[in-house]
Design a protein around this ligand. Structure first.
Ligand code: VG1
Ligand code: CO
Length: 561
């Protein structure tokens, strides 16, 4: 076989963010751009004679990128590639494949919930052998390599047909094209009480219909296999479940703003349980008629109900965790159950070490990410099926009254109290303004100028008790991650967090997270209030303290979740 060295020059800015390298498709299409990054990955790992998994959400430019990875990977000595049919594997499915077939690592072609198509985003992410996103040590190394690259290696061979399941040879390498869905369905079947869920859904097909919306992302075929083929639900229980390279022109992000196809149908048809997932299948939203579950509550509730899920009943729950901006609801569950719990920086890669060390079972992020140690990525369908398992179990205990989402929420609040939580996103704002906002907070932190200051909004008063810049020391490998967000805490226990996004592909995105806790002793009416009402005064104070509108030159956030 002939391997060729192709001369190239470094491109600036190939720095992986919170979850891989994400840029506009047009950027990836520049001559040598994708090749440089892929060669930098192989220069940073030792994949010679190893197995590498390739998958992704099937977005525009994926087929071309798969062929590039094959050419460069094979020339760099990869022995075997395992590839989802047509290059498709959801992010959680890819994590499972890496683990199940003991691969050395995997390359995932996705920009997650970012829109796709020729004028939108593409992304490349490297995952390590535990199935999780590469830790910072590896991504830093990849970035360093991109800065000095002078050539990349390619195998000269005809393209591989990605559409036929089976084994083929590719130069000196083996290629296995696998069914994208089968291993994942087996995985969920081992985790959850499928017979219980099936029986519940069957016996309540009239008063508890469900709807899953794939938002034209990668989860469609997975959802069909589970809801229609396995649970025997009607075709009407899934929608937008054919993956499209541009997601049908939509923004495949499961939240109240972007998942409007789900929200509209749930409202119009009075559907008690709806759910959606993002482009690459790792996020989820649970939304029924008149009932919305915040992701921070969702993970806490799954932890509270863990013992109705066979996987946790059998293996036990080792520990719980959340990302820093996520509400502290899950901490309360850990305290009550006497479990260890952790607060890590934003991004799923920080959970992996704790899981590998056997200290973490269930974790989540406020950004609609929920998951467990069954794999090393967050898992959208896992969370949806977890909720169905919980609801089926709750109804078994309550044969005379149908238990729905709000009953589960209200019972949880009556035990633990409620953490009202909201996130404001200011997308694609000028980087200068975003940096100035952060600098202003850091200055206040250094000088102590905000400490003990009193702020009034409406009839509420807030006194600043501390400001800090979140820093994390990994308890397992002791690596330190600095500058993970500015946190302002108040004397009543409320807090506000500011962070710059690490997943955007254009300009800067500022995220503001607000959280306010009400104890279980509060009245049921107080506890059941809409989050926006419970939080308004704190939001006003956060905007005042940060001078956000002045720095960013905008009046309103682009998205509120
Ligand atoms: C965002 C979320 C973060 C999540 C990340 C990847 O990162 O805030 O919680 O882990 O996206 O999710 P950032 O840096 O933009 O805030 V996904 O579904 O885009 O892989
Ligand atoms: Co995603």
């Amino acid at each position: 076989f002939s391997v060729k060295d192709i001369p190239t020059k470094p491109y600036e800015g190939q720095k992986p963010g919170t979850s891989g390298l994400r840029k506009r498709v047009k950027v990836f299409q520049q001559e040598h751009y994708t090749e440089n990054f892929v060669q930098a990955i192989f220069d940073s790992i030792d994949a010679k004679d190893q197995t590498i998994v390739i998958g992704g959400d099937g977005r525009y430019f994926s087929p071309e990128a798969v062929q590039i990875i094959l050419k460069i990977g094979s020339a760099n000595g990869v022995k075997r590639f395992i590839i989802g049919k047509d290059g498709i594997l959801s992010t959680p499915a890819a994590s499972n494949i890496i683990r199940k077939y003991k691969a050395y690592g995997g390359i995932l072609l996705t920009a997650s919930h970012n829109p796709g198509g020729p004028n939108n985003d593409f992304g490349i992410k490297y995952n390590v052998s535990n199935g999780g996103p590469a830790p910072e040590g590896v991504t830093d190394k990849i970035y360093e390599k991109t800065k000095t690259i002078s050539s990349y290696k390619v195998l000269e061979a005809p393209e591989v047909d990605l559409s036929t399941i089976g084994e083929t040879k590719y130069g000196p390498s083996e290629v296995a094209i696998i069914d994208s869905v089968a291993d994942y369905t087996i995985l969920l079947e081992e985790i959850f009480d499928f017979p219980l869920i099936k029986e519940f859904l069957e016996s309540h097909k009239d008063d508890f219909p469900i709807l899953f919306d794939g938002l034209n992302g990668v989860t469609g075929p997975y959802a069909r296999a589970i809801f229609v083929d396995t649970f025997g639900l009607p075709e009407s229980s899934i929608q937008n479940c054919v993956p499209l390279p541009d997601f049908g022109g939509g923004h495949p992000d499961p939240n109240l703003t972007y998942a409007h196809t789900l929200v509209e149908k749930v409202e119009a048809d009075n559907i008690p349980f709806g759910a959606a997932s993002d482009g690459d299948g790792d996020r989820n939203m649970i939304y029924g008629k008149g009932a919305f579950v915040t992701p921070s509550d969702s993970v806490a509730i799954i932890a509270h109900w863990a013992d109705v899920i066979p996987y946790f009943k059998k293996g036990g729950v080792k520990g719980l965790a959340r990302s820093m901006p996520t509400s502290k609801a899950i901490d309360l569950v850990a305290q009550k159950k006497g479990l260890e719990y952790f607060e890590v920086p934003t991004g799923w890669k920080f959970f992996g070490n704790l899981m590998d060390a056997g200290r973490l079972s269930i974790c989540g992020e406020e950004s609609f990410g929920t998951g467990s140690d069954h794999i090393r990525e967050k898992d959208g369908l896992w969370a949806v099926v977890a909720w169905l398992n919980i609801i089926a179990a709750a109804n078994k205990k309550s044969p005379n009254k149908l238990v729905g989402i709000n009953d589960i929420l209200n019972e949880f609040y009556s035990i633990y109290g409620r953490s009202f939580f909201s996130r404001y996103d200011y997308e694609e704002v000028p980087s200068d303004g975003a940096n100035a906002l952060v600098k202003n907070l850091n200055d206040a932190l250094a000088s102590g100028s905000l400490n003990e200051t009193k702020h009034t909004a409406g009839k509420d008063n807030f006194v600043v008790s501390s400001i800090y810049n979140f820093e994390y020391k990994d308890p397992i490998d002791h690596s330190i991650s600095k500058n993970q967000g500015q946190v302002i805490t108040f004397s009543d226990g409320s807090r506000v967090v500011f962070r710059l996004s690490g997943t955007g592909s254009q300009g800067a995105t500022v995220r503001m997270y607000v959280e306010r806790y009400l104890p279980p002793s509060a009245s049921p009416e107080e506890l059941a209030r809409p989050a926006a009402e419970g939080l308004q005064s704190l939001i006003d104070v956060a905007l005042e303290i940060s001078k956000l509108k002045a720095y960013l030159g905008v009046d309103k956030p682009t998205v509120i979740t």
